[in-house]
Design a protein around this ligand. Structure first.
Ligand code: FES
Ligand code: FE2
Length: 348
């Protein structure tokens, strides 16, 4: 089979392409927005994002989780910027206030308006679902259940020795890149670059083509890197989790599991503009994980992240230059081809 082709280079810097992607991808696909630990008690709220849509998560007095567009029905202000305990949600602009189930509760001076219909001005709801502590939101109307997107992924993660229900949240790490969001996703989707670009990772995982396996499902893909024989490094990768695993849920959710004690990081790749992207990763560990081991793993992972920043920003400078229309993808990059196909299907 000859090498396949990348997406057109122009699609990595064209603002009109990003506009279409927001409409046709991010407005209709399930995305990770945060975790249940952000709303630990009844009567709490949290803020997140799905694509460019601000998301409000609420947990009502009865404990039920809901998601809404985090936008006031009066003139469109964002409502909530910070997570916290709340019995109601009040807009910071003109003080319209909403119940945690989305109903408009009060609007100052509304008594003076003719035919003011509060019942039609509740918050715009989004579909919400969870996998263990992970909260996913879909801004589309009546989407298929999250389980259809995740497919066998929860099983695969469980069978690797990670019980997501038993993990404890440790921290959120944020990063930003001068690169298109697809460049960041595609960088996540191959380890062809690991040998030259990630010496620390290559000392721990066996990244040889014959050892490092790639699997595609309908909406997600997985990479498995076995522990390298004679591994070396600052963090001890031996434990109940035997493989490094990197899962990607279309369109933008990255999941990392390192070998060693149970651990998992999950987070979205968020377009900020055609050539700007932000990410965050929520790190979870077994509650009894050794703090020193956790710190060592985080610093090992942080080095890999810094190395990737240089790679994606370099690639962005190249693809934006024009002249060449596209690139080629090797077999080791077939998960990129899978991602690109899904992007093209959604945009078609
Ligand atoms: S925009 Fe929210 S109350 Fe006016
Ligand atoms: Fe990388």
């Amino acid at each position: 089979m000859p090498p396949s082709r990348t997406l057109p280079f122009s699609s990595y810097s064209d603002p009109s392409v990003l506009h279409q992607e927001q409409e046709r991808i991010f407005r209709r696909r399930w995305q990770y927005v945060g975790h249940t630990g952000q709303l630990p008690q009844p009567e709490s709220v949290a803020a997140g994002r799905a694509g460019d849509a601000p998301v409000l998560l609420t947990r009502d007095a009865g404990g039920e989780l809901r998601a809404f567009l985090n936008v006031c029905r009066h003139r469109g202000s964002v409502l909530v910027a910070e997570d916290g305990a709340r019995k109601t949600v009040q807009c910071p602009y003109h003080a319209w206030s909403y119940e945690l189930d989305g109903r408009l509760r009060s609007a100052p001076r509304s008594q003076g308006e003719d035919d003011f219909d509060a019942s039609s001005l509740g918050l715009h709801p989004f579909a919400i679902d969870t996998w263990g502590p992970f909260i996913f939101v879909n801004p589309g109307p009546a989407p298929a259940p999250l389980a259809e997107t995740l497919g066998r992924l929860p099983e695969l993660v469980a069978s690797a020795g990670v019980d997501v229900h038993a993990l404890a949240f440790k921290q959120r790490a944020r990063s930003s890149y001068e690169a298109n969001w697809k460049v960041c996703c595609e960088n996540f989707l191959e380890c062809y670059h690991c040998q030259i670009a990630h010496p620390g990772l290559a000392n721990v995982l066996d990244i040889r083509e014959e050892a490092y396996t790639l699997e595609e499902d309908r909406w997600f893909s997985s990479q498995y890197g076995p522990l390298k024989e004679g591994w070396s490094g600052d963090f001890d990768p031996t434990g109940s989790v035997g493989h490094g695993q990197f899962h990607f849920v279309y369109p933008n959710v990255t999941i990392n599991i390192s070998p060693g004690s149970p651990n998992l990081s999950i987070g979205p790749v968020l377009p900020e503009g055609a050539e700007r992207t932000s990410r965050f990763l929520d790190y979870f560990f077994a509650p009894d994980a050794d703090p020193k081991w956790v710190e060592d793993l985080l610093s090992w992972d942080g080095v890999v992240g810094d190395e990737d920043t240089v790679l994606v920003e370099n690639l962005q400078r190249g693809v934006r230059s024009g002249v060449i229309e596209e690139g080629v993808l090797f077999r080791s990059e077939r998960l990129i081809a899978h991602f690109d196909r899904l992007v093209q299907e959604d945009l078609a």
